[in-house]
Ligand binder design. Sequence first.
Ligand code: S3P
Length: 433
Amino acid sequence: MTARYVVSPAPKVSGRIRVPGDKSVSHRSLMLGGIASGTTPVTGFLASADCLATLEAQRRMGVRVEQHSPTALTVHGVGAKGLSAPATELDMGNAGTAIRLFMGLLAGQPFESTLTGDASLRRRPMERVAAPLRLMGAQILTQDGKPPVRILPVPKLAAIDYVLPMASAQVKSAVLLAALRAEGTTKVTEPAPTRDHTERMLKAFGVELQCEAGQVWLRGGQGLVGAPVSVPGDFSSAAFFIVAGAIAGDASFTIENVGVNPTRTGLLDILRLMGADIRVHLRGDAGTEPIADIEVRASSLRGIQVPEELVPLAIDEFPILFVAAACASGETVVTGAEELRVKESDRLAVMAEGLTRLGITNALLPDGIRIQGGRFKGGTVDSHGDHRIAMSFAVASLRCDGDIVVEDVENVGTSFPGFVQVARAAGLQVEGA
Ligand code: S3P
């Protein structure tokens, strides 16, 4: 039997909580620190299964990583040419960010490598990364477009001028990592802004790159110099509690030390359009990333048409946004969100299934969903092994008439170890894994 949560109706959330470190920034600290010269001390690291897969892969390629505590590391960089051939396949587990960024990092290396992952990752599209890397001269073999991904050694890479066909920070980042090893200046154009953690960290590591209006230019051949990385709390983990505060019958509640990089906080804009009472108290910068304490009060939400330009800026927050939409008056409509179909699960289909099971009327669209606000009834939902879906339905208990059983919750540990403890501290009644 798989692990499950049993969540019971809870009247309120309160107090002050913290969430673990940012997953995107933690992956990048290991990857960039590993190919830098000198050391990269990392604090606030997310010791989750996804980031530990990146750590293990770096170790297998000769990068020494000292772990002072679960969240404090020192990465001893091996320099631009210092990675060594891994003896076996590199297993990325459930981590899409790890496999796609490593494709870029390994594309121009003088050794062969193979990247693979769990059953969910082996169903996810990798040609979106392989295609631009091949234009740079890389030799990459996928299995019908999916992992395992085999990367063959090539003598050199060449710069490209690449217009991304979809808004994806993972594809953008993979091309930028390969561009470090390419001859000439690579230009990447995004159809819409996506998270810019790679660009920020590259700059902090001494790389010159120019960013303006959805375009990034990077000259190849530049070396990285290790620098301290202070990882902020993950906005995408805070998101569950931001929505919890907004939908709870009674809430005055703060999530401390959260990364509020504007390329990540689209959920705040969407919830405010829905009428949420959210206050952001800026606390300065954690290294290259702005941080804040986010205060949320119980709010009366109303359904909206979500502006499509906000979709990439809230891309990981849709499962929990759908829970907010189910608690709003009237209808919420999301379109332009077809990328949700290729996440850890098909998040449109899996959320629609769970909402229906809990009595919420909804209609799937090819690129989104329509959700009619209502009230959750008790029942059983299947997360299909998707961490964000499991946590979203746990939060639904704040507006539920009976217990909710959430099946298949093991993967919560890929992004949010300790979720149950933090949720209980906030006031949710969660039993289980
Ligand atoms: C991420 C980019 C996003 C996001 C993922 C993390 C990153 O993926 O969904 O959780 O760290 O670059 P896409 O680039 O596929 O949108």
